[in-house]
Design a protein around this ligand. Structure first.
Ligand SMILES: Cc1ncc(COP(=O)(O)O)c(C=O)c1O
Length: 396
């Protein structure tokens, strides 16, 4: 990596991230290049934002065209792209909804939390049940919702009203409800928590409990949404309807954008003046998101993501007899977790050295969020590198 960049970061950039000593300068599809010209195959493009790989052509073209027409206008005006995007996202749900746009996942969840508070207020309800090992973002509301104490250390007092229960345990949810409980907020597949897939019937059970107890079911689909799992939204795999869905990450293929989709009768609590985002739904991110949706539709990528799920599962399950430290392979579309009984970080490092970018989460889970248009050749190349690293792990 160029030493001038290293020095600038050391002097001027707050060191709140663990960064690899690599400076990326260009990307195309599932490949990125560093400032020394070294290519990498990326099985974790943009931390889940680049669902179509780097610089997908329709998105690049749409942004280029829009940036010369109108970059930003506030939400005191209408724009064509925001309206078209709201229609595109809402009509992919199997239940009626309306959209609000913001700039990130944590902001989308803040909007959901506000909806729960505003909706619950006349009924005296404000509590929200969330799950242990969930991840909802870094702002004070979302970090309070997050069920991982390591992210909350020394930030107290947190926003009150969150009750954390084990993921996948319906009885625990039922036991946590009282007359002040307004909502359940849950990732339909936990991402950062280790690609945790709920047991069969759990999401349906949650829908039933929340309906019976006059509560909202709010789904954080920031990581699982936008087609990654082979359906537009992960809760569609479970055949349930929700009241609020939050989106971000892949929504605009890496152009900063978040949003929520909420049932009109629930969304009605967001009246003018109750919530806003200056950049929310701006024309640049809106056209990027529209081009993302169009690419997924025109290239039939939902089906491709389902095929990739099967191939990832088969490939790494087949490795288990040879690598007893692989204890489970969990996959939905291109959301893949390889559970290990050893630390994941050395595997990530070994892959990086061989030119493959992956991630490890929850210490022992290898997390892959590859592009849903990953080619056969790239799939095989990346899997071979990862197989090699998993077969010969360097145990520190
Ligand atoms: C499920 C989920 N929700 C929320 C967030 C926060 O999103 P952002 O970093 O865009 O605020 C993340 C980020 O990883 C996430 O995975």
């Amino acid at each position: 990596m160029n030493s001038a960049t290293t020095q600038r970061y050391q002097k001027y950039v707050i060191p709140n991230y663990t960064r690899y000593p690599v400076c990326l300068v260009r990307g195309e599809g599932s490949r990125v290049w560093d400032d020394q010209g070294k290519p990498y195959l990326d099985f974790f493009p943009g931390w889940g934002c680049a669902l179509l790989g780097h610089c997908p052509p329709r998105v690049v073209e749409a942004v280029r065209e829009q940036v010369g027409k109108l970059i930003h206008v506030p939400n005191s005006w209408h724009t064509e792209p925001q309206g078209e995007l709201a229609e595109a996202l809402c009509t992919k749900l199997h239940w009626p909804s309306q959209a609000f746009f913001c700039n990130s996942g944590t902001e989308a969840n803040e909007a959901a939390i506000k909806i729960a508070r505003l909706w619950g207020k006349p009924k005296g309800k404000f509590k929200i049940i969330t799950m242990i090992d969930s991840f909802h973002g870094r702002t004070m509301g979302s970090i309070s919702a997050t069920g991982q104490p390591k992210y909350q250390q020394n930030l107290d007092p947190l926003l009150p009203g969150f009750v954390h229960v084990p993921f996948g345990d319906l009885g625990a949810v039922a036991a946590a409800i009282d007359h002040e409980t307004a909502a359940v907020l849950i990732e339909p597949i936990q991402g950062e928590g280790g690609i945790n897939i709920p047991p069969a019937g759990y999401m349906k059970g949650l829908r039933q409990i929340t309906r019976d107890r006059d509560m909202l079911l709010m789904l954080d689909e920031v990581q699982s949404g936008m087609g990654r799992v082979g359906e537009w939204y992960a809760h569609q795999l479970d055949g349930v309807e929700a009241d609020v869905v939050s989106l971000a990450k892949a929504l605009a293929s890496g152009v900063a954008m978040g949003g929520i989709l909420a049932r009109p009768e629930v969304a009605a609590v967001l009246k003018p003046g109750t919530h806003a985002a200056t950049y929310g739904g701006n024309p640049i991110s809106a056209v990027a998101a529209l081009a993302t949706v169009q690419t997924i539709e025109r290239e039939g990528l939902l089906g491709h993501a389902k095929k990739l799920e099967e191939r990832f599962r088969n490939r790494f399950t087949a490795l288990m007899p040879k690598c007893p430290w692989i204890t489970e392979v969990r996959a939905r579309g291109v959301m893949v977790g390889i559970q290990l009984s050893i630390e994941g970080a050395p595997i990530v490092k070994a892959c990086l050295e061989k030119g493959l970018l992956i991630n490890s989460t929850h210490q022992t889970v290898i997390r892959l969020l590859p592009a849903m248009n990953l080619s056969e050749a790239d799939f095989n190349e990346g899997c071979s590198i990862l197989e090699d690293a998993l077969t010969n792990p360097v145990i520190p």
